[in-house]
Ligand binder design. Structure first.
Ligand code: PLP
Length: 373
């Protein structure tokens, strides 16, 4: 079976995990977390970084920091994971779903502009398949209107525009995932990057269950007490011990996946399918490699054909705007492009244990499907 995903274990993972256990301190903010912070702070020298237990946690922390109150409008894509929406639904925001682009599943920024109102508090962008959008124009618009940009970068750690060293420089708050399904992994894990200095002090409080514990630890306060709402977002040292080992091998891990994306692209080129768009000025991280089929029926029968050939391939998100939860309380709307990705997108196997000959087998199986049609 060619598996859809297999985890890559970095060489120092077992050693660091044992060291963390033997240190006797597995709660958040210890040695391994500090070492991970040191490594990543270089990419975000003017930002505050918080290691969390998941991207879901980072998004929820972002929603608290944005001070969402009931009725505030949050614009977000419909073609995304539930966590993107839950974070804001939990704070009773009014969710306004935007369509995807015609050329790819990322949010259509022109549609976003049309949806902005006086009540818009936050715009959420999602880096589908690890591909960040240029947010320069959106940034200026949001600055004029006091709107906060949250970037759900669950899939994009390690990717970047060629003239930048990493994603996540435009948004106020950037949320990464280190879940086992992501290129860099530690089981469950996340990171919140706070780029907007006006949110720094609140972020410290919210991260520490609403207390000024971090001031207390720095000797800036005699005691710590409840200052605002917050929660327990920090991750355990076991997670950052594994993550540190992964970060040490990041270049090799991401390069491996990037090469597989380009290899798929070259061998699938002649087939009657649409390949995922790869921007020429962008270094992809191979979090996802997807193809687009003519319609839902073709996608599903190709998926079954691949399964029969012992190849796992999966569709992805089911749109949120017409999900059972959202449509129970809201009018349905037409989001044509998002629905197209829901019905026609197929993700092919992608992981660091995948070989070029595995990719050849996937391409042959897709080829044989179309030959027999
Ligand atoms: C776009 C997006 N956001 C958030 C998440 C949630 O990430 P985590 O599992 O780290 O909470 C995912 C998970 O795949 C995702 O695809």
């Amino acid at each position: 079976m060619i598996k859809f995903n297999e985890v890559f274990v970095a060489s120092h993972e077992p050693q660091y995990a044992v060291q963390a256990i033997n240190s006797g301190r597995l709660s958040s903010g210890q040695e391994f977390t500090k070492r991970c912070l040191e490594l990543l702070q270089i990419r975000f020298p003017h930002s505050r970084l918080f290691f969390t237990s998941s991207c879901t946690d980072s998004l929820e922390m972002a929603a608290v920091l944005a001070q969402i109150s009931p009725g505030d409008e949050v614009i977000l894509p419909s073609y995304t994971f539930t966590s993107t929406a839950n974070a804001f639904a939990l704070r009773a925001a009014t969710l306004i779903f935007a369509d995807s682009q015609k050329s790819g599943p990322n949010i259509d920024l022109r549609h976003v502009e049309e949806l902005i109102t006086e009540r818009t508090k936050v715009i959420v962008v999602v880096d589908y398949a690890g591909i960040e959008q240029d947010l320069d124009a959106l940034r200026s618009l949001c600055n004029q209107r006091g709107i906060i940009i949250v970037q759900d970068a669950a899939q994009s750690f390690g990717a970047h525009f060629l003239d930048q060293d990493c994603v996540g420089k435009w948004a106020d708050l950037v949320c990464f995932s280190f879940h086992d399904t992501k290129p860099l992994r530690c089981g469950e894990g996340g990171l919140l990057v706070v780029n907007n200095p006006s949110l720094f002090s609140d972020a410290e409080l919210v991260f520490e269950k609403g207390t000024n514990r971090s001031q207390f630890l720095k000797g800036e306060s005699a005691r710590y007490e409840w200052q605002t709402i917050g929660s327990s977002y920090g991750c355990s040292e076991l997670q950052t011990a594994v993550l540190l080992a992964q970060l040490e091998e990041e270049k090799r891990i991401i390069q491996g996946r990037n090469s597989l994306v380009h290899y798929y692209h070259s061998i699938l080129n002649e087939l009657p399918i649409h390949l995922m768009q790869l921007p020429s000025n962008y270094y992809v991280n191979g979090s996802v490699y997807y193809i687009l089929l003519e319609n839902f029926e073709v996608r599903e029968s190709l998926r079954a054909h691949l399964e029969n050939n012992k190849i796992q391939a999966f569709f992805h998100y089911l749109c949120l705007h017409d999900s059972p939860y959202f449509s129970k309380h809201n009018k349905t709307q037409q989001l044509e492009n998002a629905k197209r990705y829901e019905k026609t997108l197929l993700r092919l196997p992608m992981h660091n244990l995948l070989s070029y000959s595995d990719c050849d087998r996937v391409a042959e199986a897709i080829g044989s499907y179309f030959k027999n049609q």
